[in-house]
Design a protein around this ligand. Structure first.
Ligand code: G
Ligand code: G
Ligand code: MN
Length: 768
């Protein structure tokens, strides 16, 4: 906007400036032309004036001359001169000069002295300072300091007896006459040694003579003149000049008029040129502004308006370039938008598009289903066929699905997760039926290149609004549902809210278990193990407890598995070991000698450093190895038999007692256990809980005890909940009993009290 304004201003200024320049030049040219023509005119007038002046003087001189001749020819006057009759001479002089209007008439004697004049006072002194010939007949003289035109004649009687001169003063009357004749200003200036003696002028008394140097233009009382100085006499320091001034105002007046006209022309031209500039600028800036608006529109993402200017100049070209650019950007924008919502491999929509569609569906208040169709064991399929074939397979399946999905359904592909299908208007049953059809289509044999495959597809379903109210939950829930699907009859799994809760809880525990040790949320409880023969409690089983800050007490059955899955189990075992060893240290100090058994998980046994860690911690706390024992389940041993065996041997070398836990729940036989460096066998509580009533269990327990004893193993029965069971175990020769009947797991303090209180309980029993 600003730029455009500037463009207009600049154009106006440019035109304006150019015009001012041109007009200025014209003005100057006209002025100088007028000025020189005024000068020329003035000069001409001066020349004319000079000539006129010269003629005038000549004329005067001739008049004077003839009057003088008349006078000297007069007999009476000659006679008077010859006789020296001064009064007659004088009166003749007066008469004659008055007659022709001469200002002065003089009579000179033979010696050239003025003897008589026409002046009224008798014997006046007349001082003739300088005389110089002016014309053929006349002289110019300075008499009494004033300029005169002088004409002489000799008086003969018949010899020369004297001289007569008549003078005519260069006075104001002459000047005025001159002015009338020529139109010039006329001045006569007499000076001696450059000091003005006398001056008269048609310009008045204030007239200053033209300076010597200047013979040109000068200004007097606001009037411009061109001057000309005619020097009439120059002698003995005297100078007489006639100065003519020709006014230039008339000539210049023409120019004044011209000046006004020029000003008006200038004004009009300026106004017109401004208008023209505005129009041109507007003509230029309007389309530019239009283009700028279009460009801004494109910048804002509106590509709908075509850009064009109906012009065949550069601006038109620019407009069509911008339009090409607009189309290009629009196309690229469309591509970007497309790839943001589409999977590049299959060309199907992607999960973002699904989320959008779900949000729309949920917000519109419609019901619908989100179905995930995925390959069973996709990772294995990928490994066996390779990435390229896998990609081609997916494209092929996408094509197959596209032909069978119900109209209006949105099919999307999520790499590694299979296909997602959004179907509006379906309830659960319809979604299951639809999924079944789709799975059937997918499960048909597929051929890609040379490879023919029949793959197992599974489906997970979630429906809204019953099961979810936003896209994010629906996508998460369909994943949970999918995780439940299994090849076979359960190949389609519908999302169940309960599972979701359990899932969330599992996530929470997995996240938090890592921090349980440092948050001091873990504790240890101890369950006594009764030596059936002596009735003494010399052994304890240490069991971990986790009190979550929000979820409360969490059973090991729940969290140990999760800890194993995440690897946190190492931290837990370390913590347990440290806690138990420090408790042992305290008890030994107190004189309480107990062997404490800890449970190990498969990962502990896999860890080759574990035995060394145990040895280190025992050494550090100075606890003899016989005070601790470890319980390991059969299944933990089977996870990595070689490494487990290695660890057990190392632990055994440290002189640590080892037990097989939960015996009877796994598949291992006593024969395999025989090869292990273990000393105890713990019969699983499932065989012991009902020992008093179940003869089957009794048989199993009995034979187990016998066989174990044959192999030199001590037998521990866990889950002893009643006196009958205990006495049966006693009869069967079981070595140790553990269970609620004896005591529940107790905190260390409580255990100490329990031991105090029950020191003799079982001894008496044995005696009885
Ligand atoms: O007492 P209780 O319900 O707590 O024990 C449940 C299971 O948890 C038992 O199988 C027990 O072996 C296991 N368990 C308890 N404490 C620990 C422990 O510190 N480490 C391991 N690996 N398992 C434990
Ligand atoms: O698997 P393990 O041997 O580590 O078994 C210890 C588990 O058995 C602990 O969870 C403990 O609480 C539980 N337990 C101990 N005695 C009894 C009992 O008498 N009855 C029942 N039901 N569980 C017991
Ligand atoms: Mn145990």
């Amino acid at each position: 906007m600003l730029r455009i304004k500037r463009l207009r201003t600049r154009l106006v200024l440019l035109l304006f400036g150019l015009l001012v320049l041109v007009l200025g030049a014209v003005f100057v040219a006209v002025y100088s032309a007028t000025d020189s023509s005024a000068n020329r005119q003035a000069r001409q007038q001066l020349d004319v004036g000079s000539n006129v002046f010269a003629r005038l003087l000549e004329l005067r001189a001739r008049e004077l001359s003839s009057a003088t001749q008349v006078l000297v020819a007069d007999f009476g006057f000659r006679d008077a001169v010859a006789s020296g009759d001064l009064p007659t001479i004088r009166s003749a002089l007066i008469n004659q000069s008055a007659r022709i209007g001469a200002d002065e008439a003089l009579f000179f004697d033979l010696a050239g002295q003025v003897r008589e004049s026409s002046r009224t006072e008798v014997g006046a002194r007349i001082d003739i300072s300088a005389v110089q010939p002016l014309t053929q007949d006349a002289l110019l003289a300075v008499i009494d300091g004033r300029p005169y035109l002088l004409v002489e004649a000799v008086v003969m009687a018949p010899v020369m007896v004297g001289q007569v001169a008549m003078a005519f003063r260069l006075d104001e009357a002459l000047a005025l006459e001159m002015q009338k004749l020529t139109g010039l200003q006329v001045s006569f200036v007499t000076s001696l040694d450059n000091q003005v003696l006398y001056r008269i002028s048609t310009l008045g008394d204030t007239y200053e003579p033209i300076p010597n140097e200047s013979n040109n233009a000068l200004t007097i009382e606001d009037e411009s003149y061109l001057g000309l100085r005619n020097i009439l006499l120059e002698q003995q320091g005297y100078q007489v000049s006639a100065e003519l001034l020709s006014p230039r105002s008339e000539a210049l007046a023409i120019f004044d008029l011209l000046k006004q006209e020029l000003a008006i022309i200038t004004l009009i031209a300026l106004t017109l040129s401004s208008l023209v500039a505005m129009v041109i600028a507007g003509n230029l800036s309007r389309p530019v502004k239009q283009l700028a608006d279009s460009a801004r529109q494109i910048g804002l993402g509106d590509f709908s308006q075509p850009v064009s200017l109906p012009r065949d100049d550069e601006l038109g070209l620019l407009a069509s370039s911008i339009d090409t650019m607009r189309q290009g950007i629009a196309e690229r924008e469309r591509q970007i938008a497309h790839s943001a919502y589409h999977d590049p491999l299959t060309g199907l929509a992607n999960v973002l598009k699904v989320a959008e569609r779900l949000s729309e569906g949920v917000q519109a208040g419609r019901k619908g289903a989100l179905i995930r169709l995925f390959l069973d064991a996709e990772a294995e399929v990928l490994t066996s066929v390779g990435q390229t074939a896998h990609s081609r397979l997916m494209v092929a399946y996408a094509g197959r699905l596209n032909t069978v999905i119900p109209t209006g359904g949105l099919l999307a592909y999520q790499p590694g997760q299979g296909f997602l299908l959004v179907l509006d208007g379906l309830d659960v049953d319809q979604a299951v039926i639809a999924s079944d059809l789709l799975l059937t289509a997918l499960s048909e044999r597929m051929q890609v290149d040379e490879v023919k495959l029949t793959l197992t597809w599974l489906a997970g379903i979630v429906v809204w609004p019953e099961q979810g109210s936003d896209a994010e939950s629906l996508l998460r829930q369909v994943g949970i549902a999918a995780a439940d699907a299994q090849p076979g009859p359960a190949r389609i799994a519908v999302y169940q809210a309960k599972r979701d809760e359990a899932y969330m809880r599992r996530m929470r525990l997995i996240r938090d278990i890592h921090f349980a040790p440092q948050l001091k949320e873990l504790t240890v409880v101890y369950q006594p193990k009764l030596d059936i023969r002596t009735g003494e409690v010399r052994q304890l089983e240490a069991l971990m407890r986790w009190t979550h800050s929000e979820l409360g007490a969490i059973r090991p059955d729940e969290f140990i598995i999760l800890a194993e899955q995440t690897g946190s189990i190492h931290r837990l075992t370390q913590w347990m070991l440290a806690a138990v060893v420090s408790q042992l240290g305290y008890w030994i100090e107190q004189g309480l000698e107990m062997q404490v058994a800890m449970n190990l998980s498969a990962l502990d046994l896999d860890n080759p450093d574990f035995p060394e860690q145990v040895a280190r911690i025992l050494r550090a706390q100075e606890i003899p190895a016989r005070y601790i024992a470890f319980e390991v389940t059969e299944s933990a041993l089977m996870n990595n038999p070689a490494a487990s065996l290695q660890s057990l041997r190392r632990l055994r070398e440290l002189d640590i007692e080892l037990a097989i836990d939960d015996y009877g729940t796994g598949y291992s036989s006593l024969a395999t256990i025989k090869s292990l460096p273990v000393q105890q066998l713990k019969i699983d509580k499932s065989f012991v809980l009902n020992l008093a009533t179940s003869s089957d269990d009794l048989v199993i327990v009995k034979s187990t005890i016998e066989l174990a004893h044959n192999m030199g193993l001590k037998v521990v029965a866990e889950g002893v909940e009643d006196a009958d069971s205990l006495s049966r175990l006693q009869q069967l020769g079981c070595n140790v009993a553990q269970g609620y009947f004896i005591s529940r797991p107790l905190a260390a303090r409580d255990l100490e009290q329990w031991l105090q209180a029950n020191r003799d309980t079982y001894r008496q029993r044995e005696l009885s």
